[in-house]
Structures are given as C-alpha cells and as structure tokens.
Design a protein around this ligand. Sequence first.
Ligand SMILES: [Zn+2]
Length: 320
Amino acid sequence: MTKVFFLLSVLLSPYFLLADGHIFVYHRFDDTRYPTTNISTKELRKEFNYLKKHGYKVVPLIDIIKKVNANEEVPSNWVAFSIDDGFKSFYTHGLKVFKEYNYPFTLFIAVKYTEKNYKDYVSWKQLKEISKYGTVEFHSYGHGHFGQMSNQKIKADMDKGLALMKQHLNYEPTLFVYPYGEYDERVSSIIEPYGFKAVFNQNIGAVQGVCSDANDIDRSAVVGSNAHDFKLYLKFQELCGVTFQQPTTYPKNKIVKTVEVTLEDKSIKSADIFISNNGWTKVKVHNGKILWHANKKVKLNRIKIGVKVKSKIKLMVLSK
Ligand SMILES: [Zn+2]
C-alpha cells in the first residue's frame, strides 16, 4: 500500500511534473567596492550551508545542459553555479569556499581582461589553476554590447576570444554567456553557428529540461545577504509544447489575419492570444488546436504574438 501511495504522490507531485533546476551567477567576492555585483564569502558559506541543509545537489553546469539537450527533466534539487567576467576576487576569495564545499562551478571569462592583464582580473596562469576545480568557458573577447555591434564586429570579437582561449588554455569552449546578458534575434543568429552546447542569458528564471531552449538559458544573479536571494522558488516560466503555425512571417499590410497554434497538451480548453498593439484575447482550444480569425492591425515593425495558458506564456517575434 505504501508503495502505491508513494508512486502516486510522486506522479502527482508538482515537483515531479514541473521539475526545475536552477543556475546562479556570481561576479565578485569580498569586494565591497561594487556592492551590486559582490557577495561576501561569509554570505557565500551561509548560502552553501542552506543548500546543503535543504537537500540541494550542486552539479556541474554541463550536467544541467545535458538534460536540456536530451529533453529530459532536470531534477528540481539540482543547482549549478556560474561566475561571470573572471574577476580576480574569485581567485583570491571565492575559490577557496567552492573548494571547501567541493562544489563545481563554471567561470565565464571576458578574454580581453585576462589577455591584457587588467589588474582586477585573473591571469592565464591563475585560470589554469582554477580549471583544476571547475571549468572555464567563454563570455566574449571584449565584453561589448552585442546589440549595438555590427555582425562583422561580433564575429571578429568571438573569433579573437576563442582563439586566445585555445592558445592559452588549450581548450575550445562549449558554453557561452552573452556580455551583459544582451541579445536579440540578430545576435543569437550570429552566435548559433559557433555550435555551443548552450548559451546563457541573465534573465531571472529556472531551467526546465523538456521546455528550456539550450540557446537561451536563464540564470539568476545572487547578491546580497539573504540565502533566500537564491530564488529557488522560481519555476520555469515559459509555456511548453507550443507550435505557431500561422503567421510565421511578418504580416502583409500589417494585418494579422489568422492565428493558428498547436498545443501539445490536448486537455486545454481555452487560452489567451497576444498580438502587439492589440493586447490579449481569449480564444477556444479544440483538441490542442487554436484557429482564430484575428484580423488585427499592427503598427510596430517588430511584433510579438503570444499564447498564454494558466499564466505561462510563449511568445514569438516577427520582424519586418
Ligand atoms: Zn559579464
């Protein structure tokens, strides 16, 4: 009886159905000059103790990505750590705490800072030592605002950084973080051919093995003095299993005539559809299909069309 009950409770548990892993971002350690990107090692220990006490498992970042790429659930007690930019304070202060707890981490470096020996950043030699305990991955060469750089400039920046990593660390990175977490469709389309196993943003959120897009993984920054800043309560926000059938290109004459969407979940009876400049409209769903003769006028050259079911949303963007 207990076995059946256990099985049922596992199957019905939201944690089982909506398993969400979490990826966190740190920048500086014990560096009070920059409070908005700093964490004290005292706080870090507090946070690590919190995770330990509550049964969280700290895994290498790549383990979460493997699950996403295999379309498998990420266990909801999985947590991974990333550290951005390659500040020296990670080497001088943070690293010892990670070693103490035997927690894996991934350091994303902006190569220029290391290559040019900026004094606040880790050296190539220190990176070699760091890579004994965690992995070193890629965060661009010059940490520029990709959204404002030409295609050519972005490519040149990427190529330069990757070549230097290969030269100094004999390593070809498989993971990438957008500088400043900034990206749009153009930027993603330039990064995609590099074939990273995953690309990360810095939007607060969680990772859902079946739903998450490996080219757009959310991470939450952790700063401040509260273990609850971990935001472990966060769930993956996007609506899963949505295919937009129509429209698939920017509408002619700026009129969205028909919205046609397929939902994997056939039990859904109603949804809300969003069209830029027109807000939300409630629509019926029949056997997982939405067919709505919208005839809505849009004004923007870059519009969004979205589907919402029970507060989860999936959006797509169409540009002129
Ligand atoms: Zn950065």
